[in-house]
Design a protein around this ligand. Structure first.
Ligand SMILES: Cc1ncc(COP(=O)(O)O)c(C=O)c1O
Length: 338
């Protein structure tokens, strides 16, 4: 293996985090999110979002998705997601295990639009079927695409008009916000969603996701939900200090920008060699369509993942770059198609 492009969490964390962890090691702090680092991170997030949001740090994305959704939904309510959405495609039924159906809409680019949600609201069978109450989107999406301000505003208006809660999975939100084509600010996202999160795991932290709740109804009792599902961490300080570091001086966005830039270089290499892309991604995921004869070798050299089968002879393959991907690896990236 020359270098693995299998995912964006193969490295540990940004060195400034290790330094901060070392320096704070023997300083005593209160547990369960009541430490000074979590308070600092919360206050930076409130400034960035220009809101009085509640902030909670949770160890992983699946855990975040299930606690947030289970806290929003009544027992008979469901959530709509794109069929590529992480909660539908990749979480082993974690949401369903909380008792809530995930309803999936087929979309071509990983994004949900109002017209994708409408069919789930027109349930002629009333109380014989689940009631759709939440909309799950991810930004960036699992296909690397991002929402524009207009698209998110349209969704926001639609959700408000239909009494739906809008939840944005931001496992890769820093990449979305750092994308050259992005026109959303984090303050827009706070204003246009009810709850979202800022990913740390894939964006330079050892682990952790920062949930930002702006809808007052959802703030209430959230800590009970966290605790009951085992997501309220005694040593919350370990995540607090990471977000405190990452959010200072825009570090998290600089790291995301690096990941995006490395992916743009990979995209350009594939295109220059005549390999089409499954989709134009704005962020750190690239999906070239490669002949199967080449896929095995690319997997051996670069640990990429087969995303889907295009036809008998071709597959779409996913390459992900990270905050730590060395530029020289990308500059020396070779495709030997002989
Ligand atoms: C968009 C998105 N959300 C959530 C998750 C889940 O994160 P975790 O693996 O930490 O549970 C992932 C993981 O790849 C993801 O890509």
């Amino acid at each position: 293996m020359i270098y693995s492009f299998a995912n964006d969490y193969s490295e540990g964390c940004h060195p400034s985090i290790l330094e901060a962890l070392t320096q704070s090691n023997l300083i005593q702090q209160d547990g369960y999110g009541d430490d000074e680092y979590t308070r600092n991170a919360t206050s930076i997030i409130r400034q960035l979002t220009q809101s009085d949001a509640d902030v909670h740090l949770i160890a992983g994305g699946t855990l975040t998705n299930l606690v947030v959704l289970a806290s929003i939904l009544r027992p008979f309510e469901s959530v709509v997601a794109a069929q590529t959405g992480h909660i539908f495609a990749n979480e082993t039924g974690a949401i369903e295990a909380t008792g809530h159906k995930v309803e999936a809409a087929t979309t071509s680019d990983g994004k949900l639009r109002p017209q994708d949600i409408v069919p789930f609201l027109n349930k002629a069978r009333g109380h014989h079927v689940v009631r759709t109450r939440a909309v799950y989107i991810s930004n960036s999406t699992e296909l690397g695409t991002i929402y524009s301000k207009k698209e998110l505003t349209d969704l926001h208006i639609f959700c408000k008009a239909n009494n739906l809660i809008l939840f944005m999975d931001g496992a890769r939100l820093p990449m979305a916000l750092a994308a050259p084509s992005n026109d959303l600010t984090i303050a827009d996202i706070a204003a246009l969603t009810d709850v979202f999160y800022i990913g740390g795991t894939k964006c330079g932290a050892l682990l952790g996701e920062a949930v930002v709740i702006t809808n007052p109804e959802l703030k209430k009792d959230f800590k009970y939900h966290l605790k009951q599902r085992g997501a309220l961490t005694a040593k919350g300080r370990t995540m607090g200090i990471q977000f405190d570091q990452l959010l200072r001086n825009n570090l998290i966005f600089d790291l995301a920008n690096h990941a995006n830039r490395m992916a743009a270089k990979l995209s350009a290499i594939f295109k220059s060699k005549g390999f089409p892309l499954l989709i134009e991604s704005d962020t750190n995921q690239v999906f070239p369509i490669l002949p199967n004869t080449l896929v095995k070798k690319m997997q051996e050299d670069y640990g990429c993942l087969i995303w889907n089968v295009i036809d008998e002879k071709h597959s779409a393959v996913r390459f992900i770059t990270s905050w730590a991907t060395p530029e020289e690896v990308v500059d020396r990236f070779s495709i030997d198609n002989n």
